[in-house]
Design a protein. Structure first.
Ligand SMILES: NC(=O)c1ccc[n+]([C@@H]2O[C@H](COP(=O)([O-])OP(=O)(O)OC[C@H]3O[C@@H](n4cnc5c(N)ncnc54)[C@H](OP(=O)(O)O)[C@@H]3O)[C@@H](O)[C@H]2O)c1
Length: 282
């Protein structure tokens, strides 16, 4: 057990059954519940932003979530829990390019709790690791990266017909599959969800962004919840430097706003761990 103080619960809406977490995780996080949703999957996202809404510093080698959260251990603990209960983790190609050595497993983000995450997945009857789903329109992915070569988790690349052609021009690593969804310029959130193998219980799909990908889930009202860590720093923005907020490439308000409902508030030091829900049309 690592010397990490528990998250302090400030507000909790209680819906659904508690996830049967191992005692060490439950002691740190508290109760985690998801509303009943079967047979469709429950779709959640997890992001961290600064107080001024920045999710990426947009600087070479410094554009991952770690720079935003200050590598906060509670943020990594929560990311690990959400990955540990997920059937699939969905990531845009831009995020992969920003953190090319990353692996989207619970153990990778918070190795201190690896045994507990493994126990949780086994208890839930889940595979050893969630499927890593990479979304790309163009298909220009570096297949030598650890996520494709490491074999820690199966990888499903969801792409357009053009993207699939680019990808199939090179040998595919054994753990990588391609789902070709349509010939348009982008992949819709619904097509991404349909490409992920279904589970009778509906399962849980975790979207880890980035901002372009998250925009599709909000646009199509395919996101049930956002787990949002608010990190206590102000990053600032200069003209001409790409420092996106949660969503890039789409706007909703004022014509078609997306108002959420607060579900949970937890605290660790000066970091806030928020959880919001939306009505979906799934
Ligand atoms: N703070 C956080 O919590 C957090 C979370 C995630 C990411 N980030 C940061 O956000 C930055 C990346 O931003 P981004 O907006 O470039 O992220 P992104 O959404 O991961 O990447 C955009 C790229 O992903 C592919 N893509 C996304 N949605 C698609 C769709 N609907 N259909 C087809 N392809 C799609 C396209 O790839 P192709 O160009 O290959 O076609 C697109 O150019 C990174 O710095 C990352 O670290 C931060």
């Amino acid at each position: 057990m690592i010397p990490l103080p528990p998250l302090q619960g400030l507000f909790e809406e209680r819906q659904g059954e508690p996830v049967p977490m191992p005692p060490a995780l439950a002691a740190l996080y508290g109760e985690l519940r998801f509303p009943h949703h079967a047979p469709r999957p429950y779709v959640i996202a997890n992001f961290v932003t600064t107080l001024d809404g920045v999710v990426s510093l947009g600087l070479p080698g410094q554009s991952g979530g770690g720079e935003i959260s200050g590598n906060n251990p509670h943020d990594r603990l929560v990311m690990g829990i959400l990955r540990a209960v997920a059937d699939a983790v969905v990531v845009g190609a831009g995020t992969l390019r920003a953190v090319p050595r990353h692996r989207w497993t619970a153990e990778y983000i918070f190795p201190e709790m690896a045994a507990e995450y493994r126990a949780l997945r086994a208890h839930l009857g889940l595979a050893a690791a969630p499927i890593t789903v990479i979304v790309t329109a163009h298909g220009e992915l570096d297949l030598s990266l650890p996520v494709f070569q490491g074999g820690e988790s199966p990888v499903l690349v969801v792409t357009t017909e053009r993207g699939a052609e680019v990808l199939r021009a090179r040998p595919l690593p054994p753990s990588v599959e391609i789902a070709t969804v349509r010939s348009g310029p982008l992949v819709s959130a619904r097509e991404i969800l349909e490409a992920i193998p279904p589970r009778p219980s509906g399962g849980l799909i975790l979207v880890e962004g980035g901002p372009v990908l998250l925009g599709a889930f909000f646009a199509e009202r395919c996101l049930d919840e956002l787990f949002l860590t608010l990190a206590p720093q102000v990053a600032g923005r200069e003209n001409g430097l790409y420092r996106p907020g949660l969503i890039a490439g789409r706007s909703f308000a004022p014509a078609d706003p997306r108002w959420g409902r607060l579900v949970s508030v937890k605290l660790a030091g000066s970091h806030l761990f928020l959880r919001y829900a939306w009505e979906t049309t799934a």
